[in-house]
Design a protein. Structure first.
Lengths: 323, 140
């Protein structure tokens, strides 16, 4: 049985890194200490030469990975479409940024370049010969609020099917497949009557109460009630999680963002069905990487992120071994 | 994002041209989770000791280069990395008094990957600190 390979996105160390408490080397060392085989790096966050490739710095980066025996797996790129003040970037510009990213990723030893869906199918197709030449899997991330049925993703699926190349694909983020609201969703809401109403709404939402009933209940929050319930439905897909839609994209997937917001002491994540999602990977003989992407501080700023990272590793390994 | 790192050096420096007081400068970090292109800086307002600094008296320095504030919008290939401090020079012939100075910053930054066709989110970053004149008397 093949073991599940784990990658850690260094983005998980944003807090201490941006406060100057940890540098790149310490982030890489920590990833190794926590037991990860590979790492993901967000270039706009940690690469000083961004958006360009600097061979000297790239050499430094490769030497850090060698020192700590950690594989550079995924280079994460942004499509900074709005960077100019006068207009959006055009196709040629988006292609150039992508070529710069592919070159940097290759020089740093990465296998995967994760870009954003705003790259457009046309630019992705133009970039394919370069991705092939560099031997890099150019992938775009499917992330909430998108799901497989979002129209642009169907355009991408057609491209992937047409080209059928190992150098084009997607990184599915499990935020697109969230069933119910995370356990910590209301952690920053101050105690009081409003919180009690919201707690009941979230609980009822998680228990499949009809939309009609929820909107009626939400009137107790006044004008903010509808917005609150709208957001629940945009993030939590309940019985409508698009597992079949995801299955169509899995042949083009080498890297998965195992997004989560909270794992309890019993190693259970209530809002995302990891057993079901990991079974889908096992069934297709997935030999890529599952990335630990913890975003729980969004809802619970003081949570112990290192402990949450440890739980993700243990939970996903335990699930995989039982499959 | 918080503003803890923005003015974290705690220092302000007097600048001279020969013996003539030229102005002063202080370092500023971009306290965010990634860097920004200078062209994404939609506003940069600085207040020192309660006085709003006129835009044309300020120069923004990063990557070994200097930019007037109204040039920033055109600097779309200039990137301010989060580990690199930029600095702000304020030109004034009035020398800074010794001790601490209250500095307030307000930055508005467009998030360039957040939308399409010209409609993007902008983040407001506020930071305040007491910066002590380097070489002068002041508190920690």
């Amino acid at each position: 049985m093949n073991k599940l390979r784990h990658s850690l996105t260094l983005f998980g160390f944003t807090g201490p890194y941006c406060r100057g408490e940890m540098d790149l080397e310490q982030c890489i060392a920590k990833a190794k200490e926590l037991g990860y085989d590979g790492i993901e790096m967000v270039a706009a966050q940690m690469m000083p030469s961004y958006p360009f490739s600097d061979p000297k710095w790239n050499h430094y980066f490769r030497s850090l990975c060698k020192t700590y025996d950690v594989k550079p797996v995924c280079y994460s790129a942004y499509i900074d479409q709005g960077l100019r003040s006068d207009r959006d970037l055009n196709e040629r510009e988006i292609l150039q940024f992508t070529l710069n990213d592919l070159e940097a990723a290759h020089d740093m030893g990465f296998e995967i370049c994760r870009s954003q869906f705003s790259i457009s199918p046309k630019v992705m197709e133009r970039a394919l010969p370069y991705a092939e030449a560099y031997g890099i899997h150019l992938a775009i991330e499917m992330h909430a609020p998108h799901t497989p049925s979002t129209p642009i993703w169907q355009e991408y699926l057609e491209l992937f099917q047409k080209k059928n190349s190992p150098y084009l694909g997607i990184v599915p983020d499990y935020s697109s497949f969230m069933k119910t609201m995370p356990a910590t969703y209301l952690d920053t809401t101050p105690e009081g009557e409003e919180k009690e109403i919201k707690k009941k709404l979230v609980n009822d939402f998680n228990n499949m109460t009809s939309a009609e009933t929820l909107y009626t209940e939400a009137k107790a929050l006044g004008n903010a009630g509808k917005t609150f319930v709208d957001e629940l439905f945009s993030l939590g897909h309940r019985e409508n999680v698009e597992y079949d839609g995801l299955r169509e994209f899995l042949p083009y997937t080498k890297y998965v963002h195992g997004k989560y917001y909270y794992i309890d002491e019993g190693l259970h994540c209530s809002c995302i069905d990891f057993p079901k999602l990991l079974k889908m990977l096992k069934d297709m003989n997935f030999d890529g990487y599952l990335c630990t992407e913890f975003e729980g501080n969004k809802y619970s700023p003081h949570i112990d992120d290192i402990e949450q990272i440890r739980r993700h590793l243990k939970m996903t390994d335990a699930i995989w071994e039982k499959l | 994002m918080g503003n803890a790192r923005t003015l974290s050096t705690g220092i302000i420096k007097q600048l001279y041209a020969g013996n003539k007081a030229l102005g002063y400068s202080f370092d500023i970090y971009f306290d965010y989770y990634r860097g920004t292109y200078l062209s994404c800086i939609e506003a940069l307002e600085v207040t020192v000791d309660g006085q709003d600094i006129p835009q044309e008296d300020m120069v923004f320095c990063v990557n070994g280069k200097r930019f007037l504030i109204d040039q920033l919008k055109d600097m779309y290939m200039e990137y301010w990395f989060i580990e690199d401090p930029a600095s702000i020079i304020v030109y004034t012939e009035e020398p800074l008094a010794p001790g601490g100075h209250d500095v307030d910053i307000h930055l508005i930054c467009r998030v360039p990957y957040s939308g399409y066709n010209g409609s993007y989110f902008s983040d407001n970053i506020y930071a305040s600190g007491v910066l002590t004149l380097e070489g002068g008397v002041g508190h920690e």
